[in-house]
Ligand binder design. Sequence first.
Ligand SMILES: [Zn+2]
Length: 109
Amino acid sequence: MTDTGRYEAAWAARRQRYGLYYALLAALLAITVGTLAAPDRLPVAPIGVIVFAIAGMLGATRWFYRFRCPRCGEVFWSQWAQKPRITESGPQACEHCGLKGDEIPGEAP
Ligand SMILES: [Zn+2]
C-alpha cells in the first residue's frame, strides 16, 4: 500500500467511527424521545437496542482514544477526558507531530 493510501485508509476509518458514533447517538435519542412521547405504544422499552447503542458509543470512544497518527504512530489525541472534543469535529491536529486531520502529506491542500 502506498503512503497516500495508508493515510486515506486511516482518515476514512476515523470518519466511519464518527459516523457510527453519531448514528448510535441519534438512535438512542430517537428511542428515548419515542418512549417518552408515546409510552403506551411502546410498552416494552427496547432495552436491547439501548444497551447496544451505549455499548457501541463506548466502543467508538475507546477506539478514538487509541487512534494512532498515520505519520508519527503516536496516539493522535490522548486528552479526551480533559478536552472532550468528540462533540465537535474531533481533534484538529496530532498532538505530537501536528499532522492535521484528513491531511495527506505531499499533496496540495
Ligand atoms: Zn503525529
